[in-house]
Ligand binder design. Structure first.
Ligand code: ATP
Ligand code: MG
Length: 597
């Protein structure tokens, strides 16, 4: 319950809605309470008329009209309350969703390494739907229930305190029984949500990578796994529901017995003349009015359980530690290239992914500003990890990384990232147009700038061939483009960012050697004055850099110019020799480095 209050508190600006809904629901309760009194008055009049003590129908018609008015007011007010409730729920939903997304955007990379995208999304929608729909229902019915109960008890007590007492004990008994039920119920609900989240996560993953699923003909297995999770939720729901309904039956039976006693008292007292027929009719109505809240209470408890479980999930994410200075990350990005070219230093950097052995050990090197450096090492040797560390997607365990002489842990994340234009190994584009993708980091770039960047990346030609050119939709994650086309768009995106440090992590690996040469040529001009880190597969691409750094077993093996390293007998020399050789064994060794002719 505390988490629900926390949620309400966190959306304090919605207080006019909370207040409006509460006011409406109280007014609904008041108009509802008028009805039994009007009917009592009508009954008394009818009885008097039957006994010849009154005549004429205008009184009962007026009473019927009063009933109509009370009902109309009740209808109107409850609908206004409903409207306010819906608006409040929609606003709350928007606020909670936006905060959740903002939170996720601020979480460090390692959080996402361990979560399936679909799970994250599923959890968001479920938690928030359950929280908002509960609050909507709660706001609209709780206070109304409370007022009705208090009024009914007070009025009943006025006529018969034993009856009021009996009615009064119903609520604590019912609450108590419900509370016992809720503990177990929540455990089962959490189990069920886990299954939903896992199934949903896989679902999103499968749809996103449907090509792989289809080509390996794994539709059946994916469906079976999905079904298994859902089947599990059926069993859990059955247990949960059986338990709930057993408890509910118990609760209601207890209630029925109490009502039996109340009605028995009521009838007997009326027969004995303690109550008039009018009072009996009034009390019957009041007792029935008291019955309703007891039942809706169990409904409210049911949805509050969901909401509590949902808000717990919500707060688990909200309490994750954000990346250092998360808030500035959500502020506007720093424009790229404010600083001149910057040197890079790695000083005894060691790093391993959480729960895995170290990938890099005491890696040290320094790259002068404007220098072009290639990294060579086996696949899985930690080249991409170096890039991630430089971008501070992860923080080294030991050692220091400096950009332009400043320790990056003392630089705001957005400044580090503003300084670096990167083409990732996996080009990762967004749905939308080609133009939007190239201008992802620079949404205000002019058409001329975008075309210039595309030309440097050797992408202009193929883009121009699309019917819509730069406005062509590329489909989710660039599904409608070839691998090489995607890479060239990603290169253009990095070029347009115009940052002083350029990182090309296998930026041209999907291109044929001719296209690669063209991109390289386009980049050559761009790389002047820019500190450039290249991770590439073709020795020809690497041979033109200023220096090569080779990695072996997570450590720096050699650093030198291509000419120097060609003669030292190290990895680079070995690769050159292997490339010249044609034996099977040598080819296989070459494959380990993914080196191509
Ligand atoms: N997010 C991650 N979580 C855990 N381990 C990871 C993660 N990313 C990479 N690794 C591990 O770190 C090691 C280095 O990976 P990295 O991507 O840096 O290699 P690489 O040199 O870029 O290889 P390649 O040439 O194949 O791209 C690998 O053994 C890999 O399994
Ligand atoms: Mg890599």
């Amino acid at each position: 319950m505390r988490s629900i209050i926390r949620i309400l508190g966190s959306a304090r600006e919605l207080w006019p809605y909370y207040a409006g809904i509460v006011a409406c629901s109280l007014a609904v309760a008041v108009t509802g309470l008028l009805t039994p009194f009007i009917i009592k008055a009508a009954t008394d009049y009818v009885v008097a008329a039957n006994q010849g003590q009154a005549s004429g129908v205008s009184t009962v018609i007026w009473l019927a009209a009063a009933l109509l008015l009370a009902d109309l007011a009740n209808t109107l007010l409850s609908n206004i309350g409903g409207y306010l409730g819906d608006t409040m729920a929609a606003k709350l939903r928007a606020t909670l969703s936006s905060r959740y997304f903002a939170k996720l955007l601020s979480l460090p990379q390692r959080y996402f390494d361990g979560e399936m995208t679909g799970t994250v999304i599923n959890r968001l929608s479920r938690s928030i739907t359950e929280i908002t729909s509960f609050l909507n229902m709660f706001a609209n019915s709780f206070f109304q229930m409370l007022l009705t109960v208090v009024a009914v008890l007070a009025i009943t007590a006025f006529y018969s305190w034993p009856m009021a007492l009996l009615l009064a004990v119903i609520y604590p008994i019912f609450m108590w029984l419900t509370t016992i039920t809720s503990a177990k119920w929540q455990v089962l609900e959490a189990e069920k949500n886990y299954e939903f989240d896992v199934a949903g996560g896989r679902f999103a993953e499968v749809i996103a990578q449907i090509r792989v699923v289809k080509s390996f003909v794994q539709e059946r297995r994916e469906l079976a796994t999905f079904d298994r999770h859902y089947d599990q939720t059926i069993r859990t729901t059955q247990n949960q529901s059986r338990y709930w309904h057993e408890m509910d039956a118990t609760r209601r039976a207890a209630l029925n017995v109490i009502f039996f006693v109340i009605f028995a008292i009521l009838f007997v007292q009326t027969v004995r003349g303690a109550f008039t027929i009018g009072v009996m009719v009034l009390l019957i109505q009041l007792v029935n009015m008291a019955r309703q809240p007891v039942f809706s209470m169990s409904f409210l408890v049911d949805s509050s359980q969901r909401a509590i479980a949902g808000s717990r999930d919500y707060f688990i994410v909200m309490e994750e530690l954000a990346e250092a200075e998360a808030l500035p990350i959500l502020a506007a990005p720093v424009p790229a290239g404010r600083r001149g070219p910057a040197g890079i230093e790695f000083d005894s950097v060691s790093f391993g992914y959480p729960g895995s052995p170290d990938v890099l050990s005491e890696v040290s090197f320094s790259i002068r500003q404007g220098e072009h450096v290639a990294f060579v090492g086996e696949s899985g040797g930690g080249k991409t990890t170096l890039v991630s560390l430089l971008l501070r997607l992860y923080t080294p365990k030991l050692g220091t990384i400096r950009i332009a002489g400043t320790d990056i842990t003392s630089l705001p994340l957005r400044e580090i990232r503003a300084d670096i234009g990167v083409v990732f190994q996996d080009p990762a584009l967004f749905s939308g147009t080609i133009r939007e993708n190239i201008a992802y980091a620079t949404p205000h770039a002019s058409a001329g700038e975008i075309i210039a960047a595309a030309k440097s990346a050797n992408a202009h030609e193929f883009i121009a061939r699309f019917t819509n050119g730069y406005e062509a939709q590329i489909g989710e994650r660039g599904l409608k483009l070839s691998g090489g086309q995607k890479q060239r768009i990603a290169v253009a995106r990095a070029i347009l960012k115009d940052a002083p440090i350029l990182i090309l992590d296998e930026a041209t690996s999907s291109l044929d050697s001719k296209s690669e040469r063209l991109v390289q040529h386009g980049l050559q001009h761009l790389m002047t004055d820019r500190t450039t880190l290249i991770i590439a597969h073709r020795l020809s691409t690497i041979s033109s850099v200023d220096r090569i750094i080779t990695l072996k077993d997570g450590r720096v093996d050699e650093i030198g110019t291509p000419e120097q390293l060609a003669t030292t007998g190290g990895i680079y020399a070995e690769l050159l020799a292997l490339q010249a050789s044609a034996t099977k064994k040598d080819r296989r060794r070459l494959q380990l480095f993914d080196i191509r002719p």
